[in-house]
Design a protein around this ligand. Structure first.
Ligand code: RIB
Length: 303
């Protein structure tokens, strides 16, 4: 029985590095094109594993070379993967652009991730009952993801939903989420409110609490995060680092948050730990290659 279970995506990232993003209709010359394994689901899962968490990955891969890369990663990281299924569609891929400031733009082609359907859900149903914390994102089929959330909630499993890529979600779903971790853009899409200032982030987070979300952790990039519950609201400062590539920073934040919470840490301490993990992630290139270990985070925090 894994304490933390991730049901989520695998994506092979095609990463183009450039000085600035091209405008519509503009052609630019870039600096490099590289392949890095990523995908929000597996990024979050590997983050948990590297921080010493007991974690299982559930998802769908193609029967192709990219799928084999991910199968090997799961093996190397000692991640339980009995319920990583295979299908005839290719493993998902993404086009990722990184500019000189390390900012990213990403387009994911879901392929195999969208082949995880209700048949697979039935197969994992018993397993869902045994986990402590279930982590989900929105890179798989939305109807299936919502049903997983409903079932997990009915089994008393705590749910951490990273609402990315963002879509508007019904209050029925938001109301049964224990931890919701939107970034500013996702927070704005979820609430229909502007989130340009800290005060607006605060108001939008309160709106989510009013829908029944138990805890909102709004990530604010390098500025840190806002942690809000019915009883307390706190801005927790981020760490200043030189950003090379911001891909997977949100994912590693989520993985670290999950680990710290399941270890019984108070929310503000868990967010502090997650801020450190997110900060270190932006200092390295690629998604999975940029995920740090517990030792590295602890060294970083001890300075
Ligand atoms: O969150 C970063 C991830 O989003 C990338 O690895 C890319 O695959 C997309 O899923």
């Amino acid at each position: 029985m894994a304490k933390i279970t991730v049901v989520g995506s695998f994506v092979m990232d095609n990463v183009a590095k450039m000085q600035k993003f091209p405008e519509i209709g503009e052609t630019i010359l870039g600096e490099s094109l590289e392949l890095f394994p990523g995908g929000k689901g597996v990024n979050q899962c590997v983050s948990v594993a590297r921080l010493g968490g007991d974690v299982e990955m559930i998802g769908m891969l193609g029967k192709d070379g990219n799928g084999d890369v991910f199968r090997q990663i799961l093996k190397d990281e000692n991640i339980k993967s009995e319920y990583v299924f295979s299908c005839d569609k290719p493993t998902a891929v993404a086009q990722v652009q990184i500019n000189a400031d390390g900012q990213n733009r990403i387009c994911v082609i879901p392929s195999a991730n969208y082949e995880f359907g209700f048949d697979e859900l039935e197969k994992i149903d018993e397993r869902l009952k045994t986990t402590k914390l279930l982590i989900l994102q929105l890179e798989m089929r939305l109807d299936v993801t919502k049903e997983i959330i409903r079932r997990a909630h009915s089994y008393g499993v705590k749910i951490l939903l990273n609402p990315a890529p963002a879509v508007k979600l019904e209050k029925e779903i938001l109301g049964i989420v224990d931890y919701l971790t939107p970034n500013e853009t996702e927070l704005s899409i979820l609430t229909g409110m502007s989130t340009d200032t800290d005060e607006e982030v605060l108001q939008a987070s309160k709106r989510l609490l009013s829908y029944g979300v138990k805890t909102v952790v709004a990530t604010l990039g390098g500025r840190g995060a806002l942690a809000a519950t019915e009883d307390s609201i706190e801005f927790i400062k981020g760490y200043k680092v030189k950003a090379i590539d911001t891909v997977a920073a949100g994912d590693s934040f989520n993985g670290a948050l999950a680990v710290a919470l399941t270890e019984g840490n108070p929310l503000n301490e868990a967010v502090k730990f997650a801020n450190a993990m997110g900060a270190l992630t932006v200092t390295k290139r690629g998604a999975i290659p940029s995920l740090h270990t517990r030792k590295e985070i602890e060294e970083f925090l001890s300075f």
